[in-house]
Write a protein that binds this ligand. Structure first.
Ligand SMILES: C[S@@+](CC[C@H](N)C(=O)[O-])C[C@H]1O[C@@H](n2cnc3c(N)ncnc32)[C@H](O)[C@@H]1O
Length: 312
């Protein structure tokens, strides 16, 4: 069954909103700041598509700008952070070649950006030398990292990478842009499989693998619900929606090795019990459950592995 998801639509909508907002902004809020405060500014305005940072000549200071639809909106930022407001003369308000998109930070390991321009990526890498910068441009596929479900899966994958010896295998079900499998490869995954039933997602993933220098991923256009897997993996990650997850548990049960780990996401909090009950029927348990807003992500494995053996 192919099901359109509201969140996939919202990802598309936000990309569309970004283009739309570029035409609609009438005021600019701006403030000069030291480059060392860039992380803090990114956190403050993360998710705001009209927030840009421009590193100034010399590299020590940056201009922080937020394009606003009204003077009131801009003045509200002044109240919170100081800075100044000016009306935008038509078409003169942004020079995309000088701005750097905000970075989504995952643990102390990744910085995920929608930037694809090599010069801007080089700038981001220079600014965050301790992070692996993953470039996932906003396309019509879900998974730039902005969504709470994706970012929580990423954090759990980093934790899994830290807890396993390098070379663990992974299957990423419903890969979207490929971000999760790319991240998994960077934190120690060996054999990797990714699929999506959406041809555009598969194409975007193939491009993103190359863009991020990741090789050795078996990528397929496949409907998880129609799959009869023949291989087993150490880690299965599935950021699907509740109804799909519930139907996909029999497939995941065939995919996960003994001692393996499973990360599920895309679960609305209101549907979590239903999902965990269905998972339990297939032998899965989830000791780690993380809620971000209305979304739930969980990390678990085979219930048999999770139950401590009693020493006799
Ligand atoms: C919520 S998005 C997650 C994308 C990405 N893994 C992430 O974490 O950001 C769900 C993805 O699963 C895909 N999908 C949904 N149902 C599927 C199915 N039955 N088989 C394969 N892919 C599916 C969608 O096309 C979409 O790309």
């Amino acid at each position: 069954m192919r099901q359109a998801s509201p969140s996939c639509h919202s990802a598309i909508a936000s990309a569309a909103a970004l283009r739309y907002s570029f035409c609609q902004m009438t005021y600019e809020w701006s403030k000069l700041s030291g480059v060392k405060w860039m992380d803090a500014w990114e956190d403050r305005f993360h998710g705001n598509p009209n927030f840009v940072m421009e590193i100034l000549k010399g590299g020590k200071s940056a201009r922080i700008r937020v394009f606003c639809g009204s003077k009131k909106e801009a003045e509200a930022i002044v109240e919170q952070f100081g800075g100044s407001v000016r009306p935008l003369p038509n078409g003169a308000w942004v020079n995309p070649s000088q701005t750097v998109q905000p970075l989504l930070k995952i643990r102390d390991v990744f910085g995920v950006t929608q930037e694809a321009d090599p010069a801007k990526l080089a700038k981001l890498r220079a600014l965050h030398p301790q992070r692996e910068i993953l470039s996932i441009p906003a396309e019509m596929a879900f998974g730039t990292g902005d969504h709470a479900t994706t970012s929580t899966c990423l954090r759990l994958l980093v934790d899994i990478g830290r807890s396993r010896a390098p070379g663990w295998s992974i299957a990423d079900l419903g890969t979207g842009t490929g971000l999760l499998v790319i991240a998994a490869k960077k934190v120690g995954a060996g054999e990797a499989y990714a699929c999506d039933f959406d041809a555009f997602s598969v194409k975007a993933t193939a491009e993103n693998l190359v863009r991020n220098g990741v090789t050795d991923v078996v990528l397929e256009e496949k409907d998880v619900l129609k799959w009869k897997p023949r291989k087993k993996y150490d880690v299965v990650v599935a950021n699907l929606f509740s109804t799909i997850l519930i139907q996909a548990f029999p497939v995941m049960a065939k995919l996960l090795k003994p001692g393996g780990e499973i990360v599920i996401s895309g679960i609305l909090a209101s549907q979590a019990w239903e999902v965990f009950t269905a998972a339990a029927e297939h032998g899965f348990g989830f000791p780690t459950v993380i809620r971000k807003g209305k979304w739930v992500t969980a990390r678990g494995g085979w219930m048999n592995d999770l139950v401590e053996q009693e020493n006799v």
